[in-house]
Structure formats: structure tokens, C-alpha cells
Write a protein that binds this ligand. Structure first.
Ligand SMILES: [Fe+2]
Length: 254
């Protein structure tokens, strides 16, 4: 019988960073690679056989359908809905959802989820010793307007440790889901904050080996969005298709 104590020791950051560098030399791709060894758990769960083709129409009949009536304007403000104010740096995140020609994707359901300012999720698998915030749940949603614009008010998330390797920390990020025009077009990705010192060390961010594509996941600080005495502003545009498509998560994690 295999005991937990028999588990192999976690790799060091130096070993994982060396793998990231070696992999980057072999290719420059815009989408995360499923078979990407530095992201340990991804290696174990990505599909190894060809995907089965299904009838998209069948999926549409059973998939979720969202409309403006299902989403309240209050759902876009992650700082409200509790007894008090959440701890942390209040931020505004906004951007446009477009297709490859820059045409707005209106009526689009945009969902976000994130850790709190201390880097903690409300999730049973996240038990690291950072505090939960009773005034912050970390999930929101909204519908893009006619111009394809979405807007959230939130708290800047903190970086958090994960057990990919020894002393592994994720750069601060906000998870995004966009459903596209059909359920089968769902795009799941992560938005990062400019200048994060953890970028070079993070196997998930580095699984996109094209630096220009990685940059498209980093929001831009926009002082015109920043509101006096209230919140700092970040802009993050999402392109749903084409060569400049926003890179997506093909895997999920805590
Ligand atoms: Fe996360």
C-alpha cells in the first residue's frame, strides 16, 4: 500500500523554473499547452485520447441559457451584499468583449471569481493560514452592454500558495468566464495585474509560451478609470476569436 509519506518530494522553484525555460525554447504558442510538465496536476488530468465529437445542437438544448433578466446590476459589485466593507484595495475592472474584427459582443454573460485580499478562497480545499473575509465572497457576474463593455467593482486579490511545487505562489489574478454566443464557445481565462513579481515563476502563466499572448492576460492600469477616494481602475479587453484571441484556461484549479 502506498502511504502519503511515500509521495515524491515536491520539486523546487529552481527545478520548475528550469523546466519552464526549457519548454519555452521549444515553442511559442498563444494557448496553454495541455501537456505542460511544469504545471504538475495538469499533466495528470488532461485528455490523452482524441476528443469525441458531439452535436452542438444537442448541447444547446441542455446547456444553460442566461439573459439580462437573470442577472442583477448588483451582481457586478463584489464589495456589497454583506454586512460591512471587505478588507483590501477596492478596484474597478472594465473592458470590452469583441470578436477578432473588434465588433462588440453584446449581451454576453461575464462571470468572475477570485481570492480575497489575503489570497484566500472560500473553498474547502483552500485551508492555508490566511484569513477569510466575512464581507467578501469573491464571485460576480454581469452582462455586456451594446458596446460589448462589462464592468466590475471588487477588491484586488492577493497572491496565494498552491502545491504545484515547493514554495509555489500564484500571481494575483481574477478568473473570467465568458459564454460566447453558444455554450460550446465558453472561454475561461485569468486576468492578471501589471508588474507582478510572480509572473516568471508561475507555471500556469508561463504555459502560454508566446510573450505577446501572455501580455494579453495582464490588465492595464487606467488612471482615467480610477475614481478619487474610491477605487483604482484596470482595463482588460477580451477577444473571443481570431489570432489575437485571449488565451484560455483549458484546466481548472483551486
Ligand atoms: Fe485562482
Amino acid at each position: 500500500m502506498t502511504a502519503l509519506t511515500d509521495a515524491p518530494a515536491l520539486a523546487s522553484q529552481q527545478e520548475v523554473s528550469a523546466e519552464i525555460t526549457a519548454y519555452r525554447r521549444s515553442s511559442a504558442v498563444a494557448q496553454p499547452q495541455l501537456d505542460y510538465p511544469p504545471y504538475r496536476s495538469s499533466v495528470l488530468r488532461h485528455p490523452r485520447n482524441p476528443l469525441l465529437l458531439t452535436d452542438p445542437h444537442e448541447l444547446e438544448l441542455s446547456g444553460p441559457c442566461f439573459g439580462a433578466r437573470d442577472v442583477s446590476a448588483l451582481d457586478a459589485d463584489l464589495t456589497i451584499g454583506h454586512a460591512g466593507e471587505p478588507i483590501g484595495e477596492r478596484i474597478i475592472i472594465t473592458g470590452r468583449v469583441t470578436d477578432s474584427r473588434g465588433r462588440p459582443v453584446a449581451g454576453q454573460l461575464v462571470e468572475v471569481w477570485q481570492a480575497n485580499a489575503a489570497g484566500r478562497y472560500i473553498h474547502q480545499r483552500d485551508q492555508h493560514p490566511a484569513p477569510l473575509d466575512p464581507n467578501f465572497t469573491g464571485a460576480g457576474r454581469c452582462i455586456t452592454d451594446a458596446d460589448g463593455t462589462y464592468r466590475f467593482v471588487s477588491i484586488k486579490p492577493g497572491p496565494y500558495p498552491w502545491r504545484n511545487h515547493h514554495n509555489a505562489w500564484r500571481p494575483a489574478h481574477v478568473h473570467f468566464s465568458l459564454f460566447g454566443t453558444q455554450f460550446t464557445e465558453r472561454l475561461v481565462t485569468q486576468m492578471y495585474f501589471p508588474g507582478d513579481p510572480l509572473f516568471a515563476l508561475d507555471p500556469i502563466f508561463q504555459s502560454i509560451t508566446d510573450p505577446a499572448a501572455r501580455d494579453r492576460l495582464v490588465a492595464t492600469y487606467d488612471h482615467d478609470l480610477t475614481q478619487p477616494e474610491y477605487a483604482t481602475g484596470y482595463r482588460f479587453d477580451v477577444v473571443l476569436d481570431g489570432a489575437r484571441r485571449t488565451p484560455s484556461d483549458e484546466d481548472t484549479h483551486v
